[in-house]
Design a binder for this molecule. Structure first.
Ligand code: DQA
Length: 146
């Protein structure tokens, strides 16, 4: 059984991208932390980052057999309608993650077209948020599913 960790545009540069907002933890570190967290259920992790919406949609379509997913859509949260439709068709439970507290930022970030479809949202906790969300998944998914 596997969990899908999907990071959208501009998240591959975590570590050096606006560290005052996103912290200094690299995506590789986050992926390793999430892998460790989900291994408590015996699950493996498939971690992918793409800048393009189409590629993210393809990954969701390919991983419909995942036990669950963590998704940081980046700026696609605001108007990523294609990604939104792909998530609506994605059966496994998934949690939306944002490193920053988007409600404390510019008003254009106060909208997420994807969050209403998520089982839950973790935001504002930086890299730790991914770990928290991963732990939540390990408790959310019923034993039969994985
Ligand atoms: C983000 C918040 C988004 O508004 C922004 O476009 C990102 C990162 C976050 O993790 O805080 O790229 O998703």
């Amino acid at each position: 059984s596997h969990v899908l960790l999907l990071n959208g545009p501009n998240l591959g540069t975590l570590g050096t991208r606006q560290p005052e907002i996103y912290g200094t933890t690299t995506l590789a570190r986050i992926e390793a932390d999430v892998a460790e967290e989900v291994s408590s259920r015996g699950w493996t992790l498939v971690a992918e980052q793409r800048n393009g919406e189409g590629e993210l949609i393809e990954l969701l379509q390919q991983h419909g057999d995942a036990v669950g997913a963590l998704v940081n859509p980046g700026a696609l949260m605001i108007a990523g309608w294609g990604l939104r439709d792909a998530l609506e068709d994605f059966a496994p439970p998934w949690i939306e993650v944002h490193l920053s507290n988007v409600w404390a930022r510019e008003s254009f970030r106060h909208m997420s077209v994807t969050a209403p479809l998520a089982a839950g949202v973790v935001m504002g906790l930086g890299a730790l948020g991914y770990r928290v969300a991963a732990q939540a998944l390990t408790r959310l998914v019923p034993p039969a599913a994985g």
